[in-house]
Design a protein around this ligand. Structure first.
Ligand SMILES: Cc1cc2nc3c(=O)[nH]c(=O)nc-3n(C[C@H](O)[C@H](O)[C@H](O)COP(=O)(O)O)c2cc1C
Length: 174
């Protein structure tokens, strides 16, 4: 089973989530490529595609949004999984609701969308970013839950395998 993991990251913490997820997928037997979304040239040959992004000001980063635009048609024929990273404010705060995700999920007929907590390190932020982070009430720290990220891998593999066998059954009825 071949899986592409393409995640947009500004300060690196979402890339690390993508790398950890890829390691867990490999551990469960998948062949995995981790490629920055802006560097992906095609999704052919992959059984599943995981698209992720850090959330900034309630939106996915541009490379992830553009990836969806570029490959929307091709992605519809594959098992697609989405994740967002960022909700580091108190639960229920608007920061936890990246808009467009439900549109993207519907458009790509994604299997699911997961939110993963991210990391906020003020030392790597520009002055403008620091102000925005303060205004939105984002907490400083590394909140990434490696167990939750790793635990997603077998679910992705199982859902993709199920989809593949379903497709084979449809392709060859009887
Ligand atoms: C300027 C700024 C805006 C942010 N906006 C949001 C937001 O709207 N929603 C959210 O959940 N997290 C938000 N975050 C938190 C980031 O998504 C989080 O720090 C994430 O882990 C960063 O990922 P990266 O290191 O891959 O860029 C924001 C952080 C900064 C610095």
């Amino acid at each position: 089973m071949r899986i592409l993991v393409a995640a947009a990251s500004k300060h690196g913490s979402t890339s690390e989530i993508a790398t950890a997820l890829a390691a867990a997928l490999r551990h469960h037997g998948a062949e995995v490529d981790v490629v920055a979304p802006e560097r992906v040239t095609g999704v052919q040959g992959y059984d599943a595609v995981v698209v992720g992004s850090a959330v900034y000001r309630n939106r996915w980063l541009r490379p992830a949004r553009e990836f969806v635009e570029r490959f929307a048609t091709d992605l519809r024929g594959r098992a697609v999984f989405l994740f967002s990273s960022g909700p580091i404010a108190e639960q229920g705060h608007p920061v936890n609701r990246p808009y467009v995700i439900s549109d993207v999920a519907a458009r790509l007929r994604a299997r699911e969308h997961r939110m993963f907590a991210g990391k906020l390190d003020p030392s790597v932020l520009g002055p403008g970013e620091r102000i925005v982070a303060r205004v939105i009430g984002a907490r400083i720290g590394d909140f990434r839950d490696w167990d939750a990220i790793g635990a997603w891998a077998p679910e992705i593999i199982e859902q993709t395998a199920r989809r593949r066998s379903g497709r084979v059954a449809t392709d060859h009825p009887g």
